[in-house]
Design a protein around this ligand. Structure first.
Ligand code: 5GP
Length: 210
């Protein structure tokens, strides 16, 4: 067990807002752990089992729900998605910051249980830009494209449930903002409670917490 637990960072936002690219860049720069979800969705071209998702049948997924394996799960666009609980917990206990890139329903469930998590909502620069990004991705059928676009409008209403909103004008700027958020979060006094302070800081520690 580490002196300081890792921070749970929950990143959501509508399809096409650029969550995936932002998370990838954060992982390139920092020693975070990105939780790999289970899903009943079919793999897209290039997606790899155990790297992008754990691809499950509906029956397998329902079994995992029964066994209490998920920190949260939700049905998104007709498919089930869930966050494996034990891996996330062990990473946090080891002091590693964990990123969950999950939908809004899932994020709200996590918030009920892990109020100390950091909840970040990624916004596209504009709705037109969002539409273009979803179209450009080209992995969606016409129907699922419309579903994703419509739900993006509804999802943005949930922004008030989050701690932070980050507009993804450019990936570089968005990543910088998230890095700043995490620096600030790690300076929060309530997160310092578990930090072992050196002898010089011990006095401050005592004054704060004894
Ligand atoms: P996609 O099918 O494009 O990979 O993901 C669709 C949506 O499901 C995205 O909004 C993504 O963030 C969300 N998602 C991915 N994994 C999980 C998960 O474990 N739980 C929940 N609630 N949503 C997830």
């Amino acid at each position: 067990m580490q002196d300081k637990k890792g921070v749970l960072i929950v990143i959501s936002g509508p399809s096409g807002a650029g969550k995936g690219t932002i998370c990838k860049e954060l992982l390139n720069r920092h020693n975070f752990y990105l939780s790999i979800s289970a899903t009943t969705r079919s793999p897209r071209i290039g997606e790899v089992e155990g790297v992008n998702y754990y691809f499950k049948t509906r029956e397998e997924f329902l079994e995992k729900i029964e066994e209490g394996d998920f920190l949260e799960y939700a049905e998104v666009y007709g498919n089930l998605y869930g966050t494996p609980k034990s891996k996330v917990q062990s990473m946090i206990d080891e002091g590693k910051d964990v990123i969950l890139e999950i939908d809004i329903q899932g994020a709200l469930k996590v918030k009920e249980n892990v109020s100390e998590g950091v909840f970040i909502f990624i916004l596209p620069p504009s709705m037109e830009e969002l539409k273009q990004r979803i179209i450009k991705r080209g992995s969606e059928t016409e129907e699922s494209l419309m579903t994703r676009f419509k739900s993006a409008y509804q999802e943005i209403n949930y922004i008030s449930k989050y701690n932070y909103a980050v507009v993804n004008d450019t990936v570089e700027e968005a990543v910088k903002k998230i890095e700043s958020i995490l620096v600030a979060e790690n300076c929060r006094v309530d997160r310092m409670k578990e930090k072992i302070l050196d002898s010089k800081e011990g006095l401050i520690h005592e004054q704060l917490y004894d």
